[in-house]
Design a protein around this ligand. Structure first.
Ligand SMILES: Cc1cc2nc3c(=O)[nH]c(=O)nc-3n(C[C@H](O)[C@H](O)[C@H](O)COP(=O)(O)O)c2cc1C
Length: 258
């Protein structure tokens, strides 16, 4: 039996299938936290990532994403406590992957973080690698596509590409955390964005408070809740410790076949 058929367990209600593509924009913590949240919510995750995403993951998190996507999926399965087969990785030219065909589309796809290059390619329908093709399939099959584009400032070309995609029904969800919830850690900022993505996917979650369900902000309180340099340093240290564990578990020599 293939791993795809081992999740969900026989008789269990199937969770949604979500394709998550990591591309080489800054913001890798958003993508990884999203995968974790999807696993927790019982979704099946199809994992794709670009070569540039490997470079950014190493640069931002000291995370050596393996060249072989199946190995990254195995690592994430262990790290996030996923069921066997809940996360499946596909290489960037794996054209026999289910996401490559409209006959087997996922329920939704998220590109997070999304580069301006991949955004332009999707807007132009290039389908030159599996991420672009999977997005093209999701659009043509009328499924939800959420892009989390990261660049600043946006050029006119970036904005035109986003408008073109938005007119096709693609959700453009820039990673813009709000501060009205009094974030005190980097994880709070990441969670705000991931919660909004989960909302777009209509997947129930308990990530962070919701507006109207908490004490309203007051000007004085806002100042007293600013993250201190010490809390930011502690958050960074936490990331560093987690990343060390990742490095230990992914320090494998793998062929460059993505
Ligand atoms: C550390 C680092 C950060 C980058 N950040 C961004 C970014 O925020 N947005 C962006 O559009 N490109 C960014 N780039 C450039 C892209 O990685 C590059 O254009 C790449 O070709 C995109 O390929 P992909 O879309 O296949 O991932 C960054 C590159 C590096 C190395």
């Amino acid at each position: 039996m293939s791993t795809e058929h081992r999740f969900p367990a026989a008789g269990a209600p199937p969770g949604p299938t979500i394709t998550v593509a990591l591309t080489g924009a800054s913001g890798m913590p958003y993508g990884l936290r999203l995968i974790q949240a999807l696993v927790t919510a019982g979704a099946r995750v199809y994992l794709l990532y670009s070569q540039a995403a490997q470079i950014v993951a190493r640069q931002e998190l000291d995370l050596p994403l393996p060249a072989r996507a199946s190995e990254a999926a195995a690592w994430m399965t262990e790290r996030y406590g996923a069921a066997p087969g809940q996360i499946t990785g596909f290489g960037r030219e794996e054209w026999f992957a289910p996401v490559a065909s409209g006959s087997n589309p996922p329920d939704a796809m998220v590109v997070c973080p999304c580069t301006m290059g991949t955004l332009a390619a999707i807007a132009g329908g290039l389908s030159d690698n599996l991420i672009e093709r999977a997005a093209d399939v999701v659009i043509k099959e009328g499924r939800k596509l959420v892009l989390v584009p990261r660049e600043t400032p946006y050029s006119t070309l970036h904005l035109e590409n986003m408008l073109r995609l938005s007119r096709m029904g693609v959700v453009i969800l820039p990673p813009n955390p709000a501060f009205y919830q009094h974030p005190t850690t980097i994880a709070d900022l990441v969670d705000f964005v991931v919660a909004r993505i989960m909302d777009q996917l209509r997947i129930p979650h308990a990530i962070g408070p919701r507006w109207g369900e908490q004490r309203p902000a007051t000007p004085g309180r806002m100042d007293s809740q600013q993250p201190s340099p010490a809390s930011l340093a502690a958050a960074a240290a936490g990331v560093s410790v987690a990343v060390s564990a990742v490095q230990a578990s992914t320090a494998t020599s793998v062929p460059d076949d993505l």
